[in-house]
Design a protein around this ligand. Structure first.
Ligand code: USQ
Length: 397
């Protein structure tokens, strides 16, 4: 297949690019390199030293003989150029990672909220409108998030996108319906992924676009089979308080002898997936496109759930790190249960990589190797969800 990977320079986009190229697909990366600019804005860098995207593509070609094509394009801002690109290249599939993905960054200030909404919603809508206008029947695979469901304490199993409900007519007759699971986003970032769902629903119904939405959990790990093959193919690894995600943060904190930063009681339960499984899920989703005219296909892309404090205890056990409990900068439930249905990927053949000590150790080893690149002052998570929380975090960082 000819595949366009929008956001192919990012944390999941890059290993996906390599994985699909290795399988023989003709892969085109479209990226505006905004993630690299945000590093500059924040004054932080990936724990791992990353080469330019052009250099990464060159190394992959030297190693495998396979070409990756890079196009510097801004999906949210360059509508006409994206449309022209689609018309010229006519991809069979488009994988859409091209959104600002950090919840804390999206809550940093009003400017960051506005940027995240403008960028993410425009990016998704531009893609959909351009596909319709150009008449290209590409399968759209979008990286969504488990966070659209919200994290309530009800404890019922979260289905794969749709909820069975009975609508009661005036005469009392109950009509069974399937509706999109009601969204309850916990940040402006998660809110944009909730808005994406409505855009997808409309374009599937109105124009017959074939769309798969992957509700992904928190990704952990750094290497995949392909990124391991050369030092210059290494994936990015975020450790800072805005872009670092919880388990990877605990692992680098352990590596630099920084107390593990548990927010509040650490009673938040979240869904997780290893980066290797993440790229495999995208491959599986690509191979199972919905029919034109059918509803948006939704998968829960996660393999296990864990409570934050249990993860901290596990990392402390494996590495000897200390655990600290900090005021939570986020407005979120202090404790929640989470049960998730992921049977669709399992049925397609996903064999989950679960939290094994060996893989945890691999991340700690990577962090130790590049520990000299870590700025300890950028480890605390300081972007707060409200002014009151900001004051608490400032008092007791
Ligand atoms: N947390 C800590 N200590 C830390 C960092 C986080 O206790 O040092 C807690 C947070 O308060 C939160 C939980 O860990 O309760 C998860 O935080 P996170 O930063 O790992 O994950 P999140 O902000 O939800 O976002 C990440 C990705 C996002 C993706 C999402 C999947 O950045 O792109 O969509 O995970 S999910 O969480 O399932 O919605």
């Amino acid at each position: 297949m000819k595949i366009a990977i929008l956001g192919g320079d990012g944390f999941v986009g890059w290993p996906t690019t390599l994985h699909l190229s290795e399988q023989g697909h003709d892969v085109h990366i479209i990226d505006n390199l905004s993630r690299r600019w945000i590093d500059t804005e924040l004054g932080v860098q990936s724990l791992t030293p990353m080469d330019s995207i052009q250099e990464r593509c060159r190394i992959w070609h030297d190693l495998t003989g396979r070409r990756l094509h890079f196009h510097l394009l801004d999906l949210a801002r360059d509508y006409e150029r994206i449309k022209a690109w689609l018309i010229q290249h006519r991809p069979d599939a488009v994988i859409h990672f091209a959104e600002q993905r950090a919840a804390p960054y999206s809550m940093k200030s009003d400017r960051h909220k506005v940027y995240t909404v403008d960028n993410n919603v425009s990016a998704t809508h531009n893609l959909l409108a351009a596909l319709v206008e150009s008449g290209i029947d590409a399968h759209v695979v979008h990286l969504g998030t488990m966070g659209v469901y919200g994290y309530s304490s009800v404890g019922a199993t979260i289905p794969e996108g749709y909820l069975d409900v009975d609508i009661t007519r005036p005469d009392g007759e109950k009509i069974p319906q399937q509706i999109l699971y009601p969204t309850r986003p916990g940040s402006v970032y998660h809110m944009t992924k909730s808005l994406d769902q409505i855009l997808f629903q409309f374009y599937a119904q109105n124009d017959g676009l074939r769309i798969t939405d992957l509700h992904q959990g928190i990704v952990w790990g750094t290497h995949t089979d392909q990124t391991r093959r050369h030092p210059q193919l290494i994936n990015r690894f975020d450790y800072d308080g805005d872009y670092g995600t919880v388990l990877n943060r605990f692992l680098i904190q352990a590596a630099i002898d920084y107390p593990l930063t548990v927010h509040g009681t650490g009673g938040q339960t979240r869904a997780f997936i290893h980066i290797q499984d993440s790229v495999r899920c995208i491959e599986l989703a690509l191979a199972a496109p919905p029919q034109a005219g059918s509803r948006v296909e939704i998968f829960n892309q996660m393999t296990e759930t864990h409570r934050v404090r249990d993860l901290a205890d596990l990392v402390a056990k494996v590495t000897g790190a200390r655990v600290t409990h900090l005021p939570n900068p986020r407005a979120e439930a202090a404790e929640n249960d989470l049960v998730v249905d992921n049977s669709k990927f399992l049925a397609l053949g996903l064999q989950p990589t679960t939290l094994a000590e060996g893989l945890l150790g691999e991340v700690v080893d990577v962090a130790r190797k590049f520990a000299h690149r870590i700025d300890r002052s950028r480890v605390p998570a300081v972007s707060a969800w409200t002014r009151d929380l900001a004051a608490k975090v400032e008092r007791d960082p």
